[in-house]
Design a protein around this ligand. Structure first.
Ligand code: GLN
Ligand code: ZN
Length: 765
């Protein structure tokens, strides 16, 4: 029996991670690929940086005591795109580019016209489950002919072996790959091609065995969702097939981001050797129930996607609860550490106390090893690590910044009156009288171009080349320019342009107590782009107004209304690392109170319209349908709490973008904003039909043109968009605005596009 032979030859392991970051502790890969794209450096330079990063990553894991090292977790751009390459599934439009790497980058980012060939449109990008990482969405058309191309994984395996490491190749599994792909050109759902693709994975297993791989990790995070029919059934079939391959490495099927439940039982019934589970998101109960008594269970007890130090005693107790129910056990992080910063080393600016509460990737790798040793030999041998962890935990639990009476009392007194405004028709009447706006009122979403001058000013403030006063002077000059531009174009409701905000969540986090920023806590968001999420560690207090001066200044320059511009509680949570010691709903309400206080101050300073953006409303939506209602309930409450403190005459706007809204459409209505601006240009106003379908009666501004492209829409195009919108929504409820903020565009593009938008609005009026 080949299966038994494989099991015997596959060496056991005790400590691992499902994957690691690849961008480099100092974002070396970002610089290298961007240099390559810009033509500043050559291929060899890029490949050298990449090889160095892979080597460092392997060595760091080995040095930490990780005894099964994942490989093929490197990526020049994205692991789903790498999988598309491995399966021969790049879109045909990239085929004319003969160079492998350039073809790959063209699929990711688009490519210019060259050698008489057309320019190449990039693949779409979307969020990786409920994380802030974005993957490239493969396109599967009727003509996609899958073919195995194992070049990358074999090269990384050989490279590791040459370095003395028998790596465990990691690939995304067939079910997850197809479930995350998109059918194009009338093709059937990609999952209908599962058998074909599984045959390639069977070939891959043979190739890997031949090349000396003892283990392979196949990632199937889709199994923690209910994104497709009968995932457990499919998992059972696919892994029965793959585990029946005669010559192959031992197989670890890895799940993460949730509880795979029935799929675990389905995998238990196959001959795969190991199953990886996320025991931070899910409990050990499913593992026990699944009957994994003859499998290796890779137990993800260290949180791979948040920054807190692990309660090692609690994690060890979880591991102990599995003893006897599993064949053997290896300790791991709950998911790849690509979702957290590299290391605390170098975070010298952090408050020492706070620093002690944290574990970034390299510290998490140490925690995994301490737990593996504790599980094998008892806590005593590891008491130093365990004691330090409990001391850190006690320090965190006892810190006064986590329990501020004024915040707690306010939360305790919360009642529905705090998040309920009088009915929207009543509000509408007083707002119309106060604002006196035309039908089809024109406005923008908030940001205007982040010009070189703005960036230079920010840089100069950071280095101390200019002081606060000079910085404020320069930002005011930008605001004055943006107000003048809007007046010239003839918009009805103006904004200040957000020049002072580089990243909006960071901007508010910097001004609120309860958050802190890292010096180097970068996390890959997509491709070469990284973000540095703030860490929300304590009770949230707004000690002073955050935006009032900027808005009031803009208002002083014009007779038209200027919208106050704030970010909503759900979005602030979604783009931060959040505390894990209380329900997210409570944290959201604390942030909501801070935003509410700001709306009240804005109103007092004369703002008649205030926008509270919630672009990330859809992002935190739970992966299992059954959990969604509860999430949406607290998300809606937090938003309403943040906006219900103003008078009826003050008009509340919100803005939503970046997503398919189908699943949250009811929640959008429940937000009860007076005006909702929403991305729609690319989805052709479908969202309006959906809103009508649930009887939404407030005002709405579907984006009439796409701001993601530098292309300036002609007035006629905007007119067509508007007429399309008018077919769904009457003029007295319809606003005219772009899809999203304008910060990524140039001033010239913006001036021209907005002029055309206003022309179209006037024509239709
Ligand atoms: N007001 C923000 C802006 O215009 C909204 C950002 C967003 O939707 N992501 O930039
Ligand atoms: Zn937006």
């Amino acid at each position: 029996m080949s299966v038994d032979t494989t099991t015997q030859t596959a060496p056991p392991f005790t400590a691992t991670v499902p994957g690691t970051a690849r961008i480099g502790a100092n974002r070396e890969l970002k610089r290298a690929v961007e240099g390559y794209w810009a033509g500043r450096s050559d291929r060899t330079a890029l490949e050298t940086v990449a090889a160095d990063l892979r080597r460092e990553s392997r060595r760091a894991l080995v040095a930490a005591g990780i005894d099964s090292v994942p490989i093929n977790t490197f990526s020049y751009y994205d692991q789903v795109l790498d999988t598309a390459v491995m399966l021969g599934a790049l879109p045909p439009r990239t085929a004319a580019i003969s160079d492998r790497l350039d073809r790959y980058f063209a699929a990711a980012r688009g490519g210019p016209a060259h050698d008489g060939a057309d320019s190449v449109a990039p693949l779409e990008m979307t969020k990786w489950f409920d994380t802030n990482y974005h993957y490239i969405v493969p396109e599967i058309g009727p003509d996609t002919s899958f073919a195995l191309d194992a070049t990358k994984v074999l090269a990384e395996l050989a490279e590791a072996s040459a370095d003395g490491v028998v790596g465990r190749p990691v690939v995304i599994g067939p079910i997850t790959f197809l479930a995350l792909s998109k059918a194009v050109d009338g093709a059937d759902a990609p999952l209908t091609r599962l058998n074909e693709v599984v045959a390639l994975y069977a070939d891959l297993l043979g190739r890997l065995a031949e090349a000396g791989a003892q283990w392979v990790q196949i990632d199937e995070p889709i199994l923690v969702t209910d994104a497709a029919d009968d995932l457990p059934g499919r998992a059972g079939k696919v892994y029965a097939t793959l585990s029946a391959v005669a010559v192959r490495p031992a197989i670890l099927v890895q799940t993460y981001f949730g509880d795979a439940r029935e799929s675990l039982a389905a995998l238990a019934a196959t001959d795969v050797e190991a199953v990886g589970v996320d025991l931070v998101a899910g409990g050990p109960e499913s593992v026990v129930a699944a009957g994994l008594g003859d499998k290796v269970v890779v137990a993800g007890v260290v949180d791979g996607r948040n920054v807190w130090r692990t309660d090692l005693d609690a994690a060890l107790a979880t591991l102990e609860s599995l003893r006897g129910s599993v064949g053997s056990l290896a300790v791991s992080t709950s998911c790849s550490t690509v979702h957290v910063p590299y290391t605390l080393a170098g975070e010298d600016g952090l408050d020492e106390v706070l620093r002690g509460w944290l574990a970034f990737a390299s510290e998490k790798h140490d925690e995994v090893v301490a737990l593996a040793r504790g599980y094998a030999n008892g806590r005593d041998g590891e008491s130093e690590a365990f004691d330090a962890a409990s001391a850190a935990l006690a320090s965190r639990a006892g810190d006064p910044r986590l329990y501020i009476d004024s915040v707690r009392n306010r939360l305790a007194a919360l009642s529905s009156a705090d998040w309920t405004r009088p009915d929207s028709a009543t509000r509408r009447t007083v707002q119309d009288a106060a604002l006196n706006l035309p039908a089809l009122a024109t406005t923008t979403i908030g940001s205007y171009p982040q010009t070189t001058d703005i960036r230079k000013a920010r840089q100069a403030l950071r280095t101390g080349a200019i002081d606060e006063a000079e910085y404020t002077r320069r930002m005011r000059a930008e605001i004055a320019d943006v107000v003048a531009l809007q007046e010239k174009v003839g918009l009805d409701v103006l904004v200040h342009g957000e020049p002072e905000r580089n990243d909006m969540v960071q901007y508010f986090a910097e001004q609120l107590d309860g958050f802190f920023a890292t010096a180097n806590g970068w996390v890959q968001s997509y491709g070469s782009r990284c973000v540095r999420p703030p860490i929300l560690f304590g009770d949230v207090v707004r000690s002073a107004p955050m935006t009032v001066e900027w808005i009031a200044y803009a208002q002083s320059l014009t007779a038209k209304p200027v919208k106050g511009m704030l970010t909503g509680p759900v979005t602030i949570l979604a783009w931060s690392f959040v505390r894990d010691d209380q329900p997210l709903a409570d944290t959201a309400n604390q942030v909501a109170f801070a935003i509410r206080d700001e709306t009240v101050d804005l109103e007092r300073s004369g703002a008649a319209i205030i926008q509270v953006d919630e672009p990330a409303l859809r992002e935190l939506l739970p992966l299992r349908a059954a959990d969604r209602e509860a999430y949406l309930a607290w998300a809606v409450t937090a938003f309403r709490l943040s906006t219900a403190g103003v008078a009826d005459a003050t008009q509340i706007h919100t803005h939503l973008c970046y997503s398919e809204f189908g699943e949250v459409i009811g929640a959008i209505a429940d937000l009860d904003a007076d005006v909702t601006s929403i991305e729609a240009a690319r989805s052709h106003m479908e969202v309006l039909a959906d809103l009508n379908g649930i009887g939404f009666a407030n005002q709405v501004g579907p984006g009439v043109y796409d701001i993601h492209s530098p292309r300036v829409p002609a007035a006629a195009e905007v007119t067509a968009s508007l007429r399309e919108a008018l077919a769904a929504v009457p003029a007295d409820r319809l606003w005219v605005n772009p899809d999203c903020g304008l910060k990524t565009r140039t001033t010239d593009e913006v001036a021209e596009a907005l002029t055309n938008m206003v022309t179209a609005a006037h024509a239709v009026r």
